[in-house]
Design a protein around this ligand. Structure first.
Ligand code: FHN
Length: 445
């Protein structure tokens, strides 16, 4: 025992060292995708993206008809032929692009990311690559993505397309990955033909709906070891629209050609969801979040987060330099659930006074704390006090110089004391209940 124990310890030490070296290599690799090799248009888009901070995620498709979320085809499971019939009944006559975009704007959102095709394989746009699309297959016959694109242009909001690489319907999605085994497809297919189909659809999206903010990929995790020919697809996107961003939800550290690192149901670095990477690269960051517990419309899911929780999440995301992509699951008729609309309007009202401490900021100098976070713009630091009921808040040291503090948005001076372990601020009594914001600037010498 006494001889084995040191050997085990030595082994463990070596493993830890090896993992640390591996981690450092990954981080270096990620950082090596320096800004130098990225064309100017995309750098501008990335900076715009970093400033935007808040976007609307929309999961909407044939699955919305059943009101059991977007995975219903896989979960029940439903055979391709039955799902095809369901798709032929999709008729969201109350869809109103103007109302959707106006709501996103009222919420203070700067972009919309909508499902152009989810894992069910049904295209929510006019495509020549398959007849299995909303214009050719349904009584609706309209192209909602075109209507949205035009409306986004009119109202000055950017449009991104969610695009599923995983497909439960396409015969050439073969060999199968982790999901989609029970939809009654032939046990054969041509993978290269499938990839050509993806590129053909992406070409359409990037040609017919200009300008596209970016493509938000999802589903690669279904076949992590397959050859997805990413370099070719990414080059195609960047050739067709040099300013478009690639946002991959593959749950890995960023790969070459990608522009944003997105995290699902988690703030960057946290992995409560169990599938997010903890490696954070140097790209703009985003976190996607459901407003209740479902992405696609779920008739019985009324488990909505409160406005307070959502505002806290937005502030916490900004505190680590990330955007919040907040989801809605519109109903099959095209209307938006009232619980979602109410929250979006309340967040928008809050942002109309407090957005100055969110938009255009970067992660602040103090790492997130249980009481809140900090953001900063230039030399101005915003302290977001989210959960703290005492009058005085102690901040750790966070930068040279002496600081003065005012409360936001009324600009009242607050007492600041330079103490040995940092700075204390006396918070205003009462006031804003979601997020008490303190603005810190350096005193002139
Ligand atoms: O399987 C999807 C899911 O339906 C949803 O679209 C989310 C959104 O981030 N992404 C996938 C799971 O990683």
């Amino acid at each position: 025992m006494s001889r084995i124990y040191p050997a085990l310890l030595e082994d463990a030490r070596r493993t830890v060292q090896f993992e640390a070296i591996l981690h450092a290599l990954v981080v270096l690799l990620v950082l090596a995708q320096g800004r130098d090799s990225v064309p100017a248009e995309r750098l501008v888009s990335r900076d715009w993206y970093r400033d935007a901070k808040f976007g609307m995620f929309v999961h909407w498709g044939v699955y919305s008809l059943l009101g059991q979320g977007e995975w219903v085809m896989q979960n029940r499971p439903i055979a391709v032929s039955d799902y095809e019939w369901l798709a032929s009944t999709f008729n969201p006559v109350k869809f109103d692009a103007r109302a959707w975009v106006s709501l996103a704007k009222a919420a203070g959102m700067k972009y919309i990311t909508i499902t152009s095709r989810h894992h069910d394989g049904f295209s929510m746009f006019a495509t020549r690559a398959t007849r299995y699309n909303i214009v050719d297959w349904t009584p609706f016959k309209r192209d909602p993505l075109k209507e949205l694109a035009d409306e986004c242009q009119r109202q000055g909001i950017r449009l991104f397309f969610y695009y599923s690489q995983l497909d439960w319907h396409h015969p050439d999605y073969w060999p199968r990955g982790r999901t989609g085994h029970n939809t009654g497809r032939p046990e054969s297919g041509d993978w290269n033909r499938y990839l050509e189909f993806l590129d053909a659809q992406l070409t359409e999206l990037l040609t017919n709906y200009r300008p596209v903010g970016g493509i938000w990929f999802d589903g690669m995790w279904d076949k992590p070891d397959a050859d997805w020919r990413l370099a070719q697809t990414y080059a195609l996107i960047h050739r067709l629209q040099p300013a478009s961003l690639i946002v991959p939800n593959h749950h890995q550290a960023p790969l070459p050609g990608e522009d944003v690192q997105t995290f699902e149901q988690d703030l960057p670095g946290a992995n409560t969801a169990g599938f997010n990477t903890r490696t954070i690269g140097g790209l703009p960051l985003e976190t996607s979040l459901t407003m209740n517990d479902s992405w696609g419309f779920n008739l019985t899911d009324h488990h909505y987060k409160s406005t307070r929780e959502l505002i806290h999440y937005l502030a916490r995301a900004a505190g680590v330099g990330a955007n919040l992509l907040l989801n809605i699951g519109p109903r099959p008729d095209g209307t938006i659930p009232p619980e979602a609309e109410e929250r979006l309007r309340e967040i928008g009202a809050w942002l109309s006074t407090n957005g100055g401490a969110i938009y255009g900021t970067r992660a602040g100098p103090i790492a997130p704390r249980s009481w809140g976070v900090t953001t900063q713009r230039g030399d101005t630091v915003f302290v977001h006090v989210l959960d703290w009921s005492d009058a005085t808040l102690a901040l750790p040291p966070f930068g040279a110089g002496r600081w003065k503090a005012i409360s936001w948005p009324d600009g009242k001076s607050l007492l600041v004391a330079q103490v040995e372990g940092g700075v204390t601020v006396t918070l205003p009594a009462g006031g804003e209940s979601y997020d008490r914001i303190v603005v810190l600037t350096r005193r002139a010498r």
